[in-house]
Write a protein that binds this ligand. Structure first.
Ligand code: NDP
Length: 294
């Protein structure tokens, strides 16, 4: 479908933004639903974010959008209203509009959990989880896993204070879950690695080939499910080593898909065409089979 005078504009705001796969996924969804909508990447530097959001409030054909690095937290401060998730996380990944007001949502955690339970078939209830990282994505994953009633959640981060703050905030809300903060140091992680049912890398270690591993794979239980939220590269060295150890491994493409589907549903109030979105991502990445499993 071409652009018309009635086309509604959606966008992802980030800096940089050129690595984003969201335009591929959302334009495929709009096309298959026959919607006169266009989703574009919008590169905005931090100093331009406030003026951008103010302008969006005045744009009658702005339908909604996504927010990525480095704007997620600033967006939570600037939106007119926040969903419960966005409020709890202090971060917005999805913008919706209502009468010139900007509504901030966060679909990252729910997207992760939908994918984990529905596509992977992993029920977090009662499980032991090691979460590497305490940044925006880790916070979303941590809240979703605690809400799914994991038995034990260990949060390991380079900056221990951030892991401790996240653990403390979660413990108040989810008292039945045992939550512990650790430093991201290989030795302190060994006992956790050997007993974890699920290990999630939510650090940005692995984006570059020269990055060190976020944790030592030789201590992983081969029974563990290992997830790296990174999807580009499709298989980080961490995932490759975990797979060699015998673990089931997944990249972050499934989370990307489901957080996008939830955003689409907030914008259109209709069901997202999940398979069309998945197919668009896979054909863009030249992946033959569905699932994201390595
Ligand atoms: P943030 O910048 O908020 O967090 C980055 C995290 O990585 C922090 O825990 C940080 O630790 C850690 N980190 C960064 N560099 C190092 C290093 N050299 N050594 C040790 N730890 C390090 O980013 P996000 O949380 O938004 O993103 C994290 C990852 O998740 C990225 O790779 C991103 O691509 C991916 N992601 C995937 C999504 C998906 O849909 N699949 C959605 C969102 C993100 P510290 O606190 O000490 O700085």
């Amino acid at each position: 479908m071409g652009v018309t005078g009635r086309t509604k504009i959606y966008a992802i705001f980030g800096y940089p933004v050129e690595h984003s796969f969201s335009p591929v996924m959302h334009n495929a969804a709009f096309a298959v639903m026959g919607l006169d909508c266009l989703y574009i990447p919008w590169a905005v530097k931090p100093e331009g974010f406030l003026v951008t959001l103010n302008a969006l409030r005045r744009m009658e054909n702005f339908g909604g959008g996504n927010v990525t690095i480095p704007h997620k937290e600033r967006a939570a401060e600037l939106c007119d209203e926040l969903s419960e998730e966005a409020e709890a996380l202090g971060a917005v990944n999805t913008l919706a509009t209502a009468g010139g007001r900007l509504l901030g949502h966060n679909t990252d955690g729910k997207g992760f959990l939908h994918w984990l339970t529905q596509d992977v078939g992993f029920d977090p209830k009662g499980k032991k989880v090691l979460l590497l990282g305490a940044g925006g994505a880790a916070r979303a994953v941590a809240f979703s896993l605690a809400s799914a009633r994991v038995a034990e959640l260990v949060i390991a981060n380079r900056t221990l204070g951030k892991a401790q703050a996240l653990a403390t905030g979660l413990q108040v809300k989810y008292q039945e879950c045992q939550i512990l903060a650790l430093n991201l140091q290989i030795m302190s992680l060994v006992p956790v690695l050997t007993s974890a049912d699920l290990v999630v890398n939510a650090t940005s270690l692995g984006l570059r080939p020269a990055d060190p591993l976020p944790a030592g794979c030789e201590h992983l239980s081969p029974m563990a499910l290992v997830v790296d939220l990174i999807y580009n590269p499709q298989e980080t060295i961490f995932l490759k080593k975990a797979r060699a150890r015998g673990c089931r491994t997944f990249n972050g493409l499934g989370m990307l898909l489901y957080q996008g589907a939830l955003a689409f549903e907030l914008w259109t109030r209709g069901k997202a065409p999940l398979e069309a979105m998945r197919k668009a991502l896979h054909s863009f990445l030249d992946i033959p089979s569905p699932g994201g499993e390595q």
